[in-house]
Design a protein around this ligand. Structure first.
Ligand code: F6R
Length: 244
């Protein structure tokens, strides 16, 4: 099942995403949330923080796991996704740190860390909601374009286009890690709801492509067409090619 929620702009996208996640948490206080990073999520986290501050939601029993992490960046590095999550979200809500999981980017054995992370996800159970952003090359998590879909957590060489896109968060493009650890499409497809948030004109063509093109690992997001419950929240700019 696929539902597209069309919103006017980014602010509305964040408000709607916050409302959907908030409702899930009100219905099940020990919800499992799959989380993402990136610029799209910043406003979504702000929205959730404000719902928490107004007493509408409570994170005491919530458990979270993140999609991915750069390989080679320890959690204290301000560019790591671990640091992003703490500074933009976890430090502002009442979640228990021991209930939050992110792949360990400083692991000496990345493959071993992936096996461990799959065990973590299995022990948490299916995500009630998996938040997703969309990469310019169609990646979800850091499942980059390739020859096949990869079900489990894995080590991935980042695409040149991803490195370029993410260099905006670094002083120098040379500082962007070339590898990452990412959950596989298995855990994403397993989520009870996949909540894909897409904003801006720059994503309009890839959004159309993941929803309308044939399903192919060359455009990883196309696999979401097979998700049992895909909810896309997208603003007018991001939907401009899909609805044209
Ligand atoms: C982040 C992640 C990525 C981003 C995607 C979009 O944890 O998994 O798939 O969601 O790269 O990033 P933004 O929102 O920065 O355009």
């Amino acid at each position: 099942m696929q539902k597209i929620i069309k919103v006017k702009n980014y602010d509305q996208l964040c408000a709607v995403a916050g409302k959907i996640i908030g409702a899930q948490m009100q219905e099940k206080k020990d919800s499992v949330l799959g989380l993402a990073t990136g610029s799209t999520m910043l406003g979504v986290y702000k929205e959730l923080i404000s719902l928490y501050e107004s007493g509408e939601i409570d994170f005491s029993y919530v458990k979270t796991f993140n999609l991915d992490e750069y390989l080679g960046l320890p959690g204290e590095n301000p560019q790591s996704y671990s640091y992003y999550m703490e500074s933009n979200f976890f430090n502002h809500i009442n979640i228990k740190k021991e209930n939050t999981y992110i792949p360990d980017g400083s692991a000496s054995d990345g493959d071993e860390e992936c096996r461990h992370y799959d065990d973590v996800i299995e022990s948490l159970g299916r995500a009630d909601i998996q938040l997703l952003g969309l990469g310019m090359d169609g990646h979800i998590g850091f499942n980059e374009p390739g020859e096949c879909f990869i079900k489990d957590c894995h080590r991935v060489k980042l695409d040149e286009s991803t490195i370029k896109a993410n260099s905006r968060f670094f002083d120098d493009i040379k500082d962007v890690p070339k590898e990452a650890l990412t959950i596989g499409v298995g855990a994403i497809m397993d989520a009870k709801t996949a909540l894909l948030c897409v904003t801006g004109k720059g994503k309009s063509s890839i959004l159309k492509s993941i929803l309308e093109d044939d399903i192919t690992p060359k455009i990883p997001g196309t696999i979401l067409q097979l998700h049992n419950n895909l909810v896309v929240i997208a603003d007018e700019e991001a939907l401009s090619e899909l609805l044209a």
